[in-house]
Design a protein around this ligand. Structure first.
Ligand SMILES: Cc1cc2nc3c(=O)[nH]c(=O)nc-3n(C[C@H](O)[C@H](O)[C@H](O)COP(=O)(O)OP(=O)(O)OC[C@H]3O[C@@H](n4cnc5c(N)ncnc54)[C@H](O)[C@@H]3O)c2cc1C
Length: 465
């Protein structure tokens, strides 16, 4: 169905980006054969490192003409295989497009290229007293282009939302090679269909984003973090929905179970506080007024203790907060360290249904005789449910995963939830899209894909079954 990348095409690619931007040797290709999805790997035929929209436009015209798949790639930290070349072809890496182009302090906007590392963007605007809130736990290795294409969230989404809430303008290259501008430094804009919003979360299947304008907020001046251990995971889960019901909106409200807390010790090389508690909540409250923070903290602490918390540890200074968050940000690494073969899901439910979700997952673990570890952004209703292979042999593991993951999806859907909150459908969940949204919506999505990409060359075999 697709043409292979031959010598003539390689010559054309070299003419577009230069010799040093084209990789074909096995060693050079290896880092691009996978993202962070456990067990997924595929060889691209060539990796092309682009520098600007014009180069991308020329590559897309070439790929369209020759019918070659093109897979956009930013930091390669995805957890659903979005930037893996499962149909071969070209990996188009935006890693060299890594400039913060302008911090506009008059309009509180920032213009960036897609290869900027998210943490670098945050630090650049913080130096101006401004705040770019989205904070995926992979913040120092993933890039803005990947965040936009995945609609990435992070712990701070409870209060500040996700990447989609900050995008005001885009430049993108269509599969045809046309370069389009959408939106701008505009707080409001209803000119036609919101195509810009369609690109957010489109997982590199509709267009390649080459420039992004984000709105910024003033940097909050104060924050406090609370670590709250529980004897019973149900009590921690109930606290999450109680806090939201009380109309306190913490900045972050993270949940982790004992096994995960203890697994983190192996990677942080530090003993975790309350390491034997059945579950822990990590809660952040930020703002600009000490009175408000104190009042919110009191309400949150009382709610935790009313639900049976063992203690409420308060971190008021930056080093203590950083120590608590360091472990949280290393959870995925800790899980992979504890059990290199695992399967992570990313379901989301209304926040009030978190207790039922966690109860149901316990039952699924028993029914399918598999150990499941849970952690995640509970304040968003988002739990990363992780099946662990442990001592199971390969055959048993292959038999257990499909029905167990379907049971997890059906449970989330029955609670008014969805399959994925922030990791995306990508290559790994596309077979389940009809279950999640129904055939009518799948057909609408196919129509959108066909309109943007009639030859199906841009990141094929992603999202759609
Ligand atoms: C340890 C760890 C922690 C994580 N924590 C979080 C978290 O808290 N929250 C969260 O949301 N995710 C999290 N993730 C998942 C991952 O970091 C995010 O999905 C992130 O947005 C991926 O960005 P990336 O730059 O690595 O993208 P990549 O993996 O390179 O690509 C992701 C998708 O974006 C597309 N893409 C890349 N660049 C472009 C472009 N310029 N134009 C169009 N499409 C493009 C790709 O084709 C692919 O489909 C975590 C991952 C790890 C490994």
């Amino acid at each position: 169905m697709y043409k292979s990348v031959d010598r003539e095409i390689l010559d054309e690619l070299v003419a577009i980006v230069g010799e040093d931007g084209v990789i074909v040797d096995a060693e050079g290709l290896e880092p691009y054969t996978h993202d962070e999805t456990v067990g997924l790997q595929a060889d691209p035929e060539v990796v092309v490192k682009v520098q600007d929209a014009q180069q991308i436009a020329q590559i897309m015209k070439l790929a369209s003409r020759e019918r070659i798949p093109v897979v956009p790639r930013a930091g390669g930290q995805g957890l659903s295989g979005g930037s893996v070349a499962t149909c071969g072809g070209i990996i188009l890496s935006v890693e060299r497009m890594n400039r913060v182009l302008e911090i506009d302090t008059d309009n509180l906007m920032v213009t960036v290229e897609p290869g900027v590392i998210t943490g670098d963007l945050r630090r650049a605007v913080e130096a101006e007293g401004l705040f770019y809130p989205p904070d995926p736990a992979s913040i120092d290795s993933c890039c803005i282009g990947g965040n936009l294409a995945e609609g990435a969230g992070g712990p701070g989404a409870v209060k500040y939302g996700t990447t989609k809430d900050y995008v005001c303008g885009l430049e993108a290259v269509l599969p045809s090679g046309d370069i389009v501008q959408m939106g701008g430094k505009l707080v409001k804009n209803v000119t036609g269909y919101r195509l810009m919003d369609l690109l957010v979360g489109s997982e590199g299947t509709l267009a390649i984003v080459t420039k992004i304008i984000f709105r910024l907020l003033p940097l909050p001046q104060l924050r406090v973090d609370l670590l709250v251990p529980y004897d019973d995971f149900r009590a921690a889960a109930q606290t999450v929905s109680d806090i939201i019901r009380l109309r306190v909106v913490p900045t972050a409200l993270e949940f982790m179970e004992r096994d995960i807390v203890q697994a983190c010790e192996a990677v942080t090389e530090e003993k975790a506080p309350y390491r034997d508690a059945a579950a822990q909540l990590l809660i952040t409250i930020d703002g600009n007024h000490q009175d408000q923070i104190d009042a919110d903290m009191e309400t949150v602490a009382e709610t935790c203790l009313d639900n049976g918390a063992i203690d409420v540890l308060v971190a008021r200074d930056r080093p203590t907060s950083d120590r608590l968050w360091k472990a949280r940000r290393l959870i995925i690494e800790a899980i992979n360290h504890a059990c290199p073969v695992n399967h992570m899901e990313d379901v989301v439910v209304p926040r009030s249904r978190i207790p039922e979700l966690l109860e149901g997952i316990q039952e699924i673990a028993q029914t399918h005789s598999v150990r499941i570890w849970n952690f995640g952004h509970a304040g968003d209703g988002n739990v990363h449910v992780t099946l662990m292979k442990d001592e199971l042999d390969d055959e048993a593991w292959e038999e257990i995963v499909p029905p167990a993951r379907e049971a997890i999806y059906r449970l989330a859907l029955s609670l008014g939830g969805q399959l994925t909150a922030e990791h995306g459908i990508g290559a790994t969940r596309r077979g389940y899209l009809p279950l999640a949204v129904g055939e009518a919506q799948v057909q609408l999505m196919r129509g959108i894909k066909q309109t943007f990409d009639p030859h199906n060359i841009l990141n094929p075999a992603k999202i759609l079954p």
